[in-house]
Ligand binder design. Structure first.
Ligand code: GUN
Ligand code: ZN
Length: 435
């Protein structure tokens, strides 16, 4: 099979650039060519060094900025109808909006349509990998993975485990939750580019028995992911602690159960102390930083500098539908502002890292995705500097490709995404574009 050469300006992280200004850990190839064979990256080189031959197909995106496909480390596909729901903070928001919306996913046809809608939104925004929460219904997972497999995407997802403190018709039991998850692992984990995530919603909606069985499944399938929520909202923290009085902290509930390890990703992590952060780092667990959600639900400000000081990994996440944008560019803008409020100006290189290689590292997938290194899967985004008048004017004044990327974060959204590539092939644009 032949080689495709994608021509563009290329920007990617080769390592964690840190919080100091400067371009370390970043590679920029202006007027570059990305050689792709069988869906994988062979080489990134200057276009002038490209030897054109009859077996090289050219995809000409000169003038565009190519970055690795974005990685959304925490998002709920069944909440496509919940996004932008007025006037509540976390626990009321769950009762008022989220549980009613998740009920509809008992219906497989509804779930199929929502999964297709959701993946179209991700792809039009340049997101090619996500760690996705389904609902308590196993068929919601089948719907999601079927849609992701059809599109050739690298996606992680799992069935919610929820055996208390929720409506009766959204409740499983410790045993059925385990059995259903185990069957879904067997059906989907490792199929195509799909991976299963054991998904207790959060400690307040699981009994200790359910958390213990979730951890048992995690031991049985060591390369499965684990995902949950922790320390998002102060009332939630108090509630979790009252339900598990023996635990030293909210995070300790998960640690005691055996749910902190590599490939465990915890949403929010706002109200952790430094001992918790160090524990996350020691266990190899990662945080999903969800800035638009944290602002929208009034949850609090994620402390990226403290996470880094403790050695804890962080990925970026939209957290649709607590979050308010499908765009990882718009999410980076809010991430930047959340850190500004705490006196830290995140450099553009670190922002790029959060949305790409840092997400891959958080998910334990840096050998597959997140950069343009040889051998990686060729998932990428082409950004159009002229997508809007504001972007055209601002990028004309850019110092370099990192400065362009900062402008894309602050001013861009789906409109800035000219094309998304999955395994080296351009994904067809959905019929109706939206934000
Ligand atoms: N905590 C438990 N469930 C949820 C959810 O669906 N969204 C958010 N943002 N937090 C949660
Ligand atoms: Zn969430």
């Amino acid at each position: 099979m032949g080689v495709t050469a994608i021509l563009a300006d290329f920007l990617h992280c080769t390592a964690d650039p840190g919080l100091a200004a400067g371009g370390d850990g970043v590679e920029i190839v202006r007027d570059g060519a990305l050689l792709v064979r069988d869906g994988r990256i062979e080489r990134l080189l200057p276009a002038r060094a490209l030897e054109a031959g009859p077996d090289v197909a050219i995809d000409d995106w000169r003038g565009h900025l190519a970055v690795p496909g974005f990685i959304d480390t925490h998002v709920h596909y069944p909440q496509v109808d919940v996004v932008a729901s007025y006037g509540a903070q976390l626990l009321d928001w769950l009762e008022r909006y989220t549980f009613p919306a998740e009920r509809r996913f008992a219906d497989r046809a509804y779930a199929d349509a929502a999964a297709a809608f959701f993946l179209d939104r991700l792809l039009e925004n340049g997101t090619t990998t996500a760690a996705v929460y389904c609902t308590v219904h196993p068929q919601s997972v089948d719907a999601f993975f079927t849609a992701a497999l059809r599109r050739g995407l690298r996606m992680i997802a799992g069935k919610l485990l929820m055996d208390r403190n929720c409506p009766d018709d959204l409740r499983d039991s410790a045993r059925t939750g385990y059995d259903d998850s185990r069957a879904l692992v067997e059906r989907w984990h490792g199929r195509g580019r799909l991976g299963y995530a054991i998904t207790p919603r959060f400690a307040p909606t699981s009994t200790p028995e359910q958390l213990a069985l979730a951890a048992q499944l995690a031991r049985e399938v060591p390369d499965a992911w684990i995902q949950s929520h922790v320390a998002e909202n102060r009332d939630e923290v108090d509630w979790a602690r009252s339900l598990f009085p023996e635990a030293a902290s909210y995070l300790d509930i998960y640690d005691r159960a055996g749910l902190l390890r590599d490939r465990a990703v915890y949403g929010h992590c706002i109200w952790l102390d430094d001992a918790d952060r160090r524990r996350m780092a020691q266990r190899g667990a990662a945080a999903a930083f969800c800035p638009t959600s944290n602002l929208f639900l009034g949850s609090g400000l994620y402390d990226l500098a403290a996470a880094r000081a403790a050695g804890m990994r962080t990925g970026l996440a939209t957290d649709i539908g607590g979050g308010t944008s499908y765009s990882m560019l718009a999410t980076l803008a809010e991430a930047y502002k959340v850190q500004q409020l705490q006196g830290v100006s995140v450099p553009p290189a670190q922002s790029l890292y959060l949305a790409t290689l840092g997400g891959a590292v958080a998910l334990g997938l840096a050998d597959r995705i997140g950069s343009f290194r040889p051998g990686r899967e060729a998932d990428l985004v082409l950004l159009d500097r002229n997508a809007t008048p504001a972007l055209a004017r601002r990028t004309a004044a850019s110092a370099d490709a990192l400065d362009d990327f900062f402008a894309f974060m602050m001013l861009g959204d789906a409109r800035a995404v000219a094309a998304t590539y999955v395994l080296g092939s351009r994904v067809a644009a959905p019929a109706a574009a939206s934000g």
